[in-house]
Design a protein around this ligand. Structure first.
Ligand code: FES
Length: 224
């Protein structure tokens, strides 16, 4: 015999359908929590723009437009400096790279101005010594024939002494001690039309060991 259907006694035929409502509620809660998490909660930290805004205080730092202007100015300064350096390097490329050597031809005064012995007054300017002996006047080029140092004149010892490796030369520049292989060279001299001594250090007279002596060639000395 069929009786009335008792719905209380007959729960839903599909047990898995029952928890679906709570699950949906949980999902909604989770979504809500996520949304809330992205919101600013609580009192803003002191000193932040949010705190300032919350307190009704407007920001006191430079505005974005000021910062942009400064950045733009800095960029232009950098670009201008780069371009200037580039242009200087570009024009420098076309300038001649010359080495300005001191003049090798010069006057040193009249013969009567030089006494017997060694005169060192042109050593610094022209790297020469003027040397007068009883029978001639000549110019020694002040360069050691060992490795090219400039010797010192030692009047008390009446000799030239090279500070580099100790070569010694007598008062006429003739080597007598140390590693120097030959006497110091002599420069071309002549009398200019005005009577002064004209020296040319680009023309040198030497006396290489075992070879002819050029110290008596015309131009290597002035007689008297
Ligand atoms: S350079 Fe003068 S002794 Fe060596």
């Amino acid at each position: 015999m069929a009786g009335p259907v008792n719905e209380q006694a007959n729960p839903s035929p599909n047990p898995s359908a029952a928890p679906s409502a709570p699950r949906a509620a949980d999902a909604a809660k989770a979504d809500g929590a996520k949304t809330e998490a992205t919101k600013y909660v609580g009192t803003p930290a002191v000193g932040t723009s949010k705190a300032a805004a919350a307190g009704g205080i407007s920001s006191s730092g430079p505005s974005n437009s000021d910062i942009d202007r400064r950045r733009r100015r800095l960029t232009w300064v950098g670009v201008t400096a780069f371009l200037m350096a580039w242009f200087i390097a570009f024009f420098r490329f076309f300038l001649p790279r010359t080495l300005f050597e001191p003049n090798t031809v010069f006057k040193i005064g009249y013969p009567s101005e030089f006494a017997l012995g060694v005169d060192t007054k042109f050593q610094q300017k022209y790297r020469i010594w003027v040397d007068r002996t009883p029978d001639r006047l000549f110019v020694i080029y002040a360069r050691c024939t060992h490795l090219g140092c400039t010797p010192d004149w030692k009047p008390s010892e009446n000799k030239f002494k090279c500070p580099c490796h100790g070569s010694g030369y007598d008062s006429e520049g003739i080597n007598f001690e140390g590693p120097a292989p030959r006497p110091m060279d002599r420069a071309y001299i002549t009398l200019a039309p005005d009577g002064q001594i004209l020296v040319d250090t680009s023309k040198l007279y030497s006396w290489p060991k075992g070879q002819p002596n050029h110290f008596n060639d015309p131009g290597a000395f002035l007689p008297g």
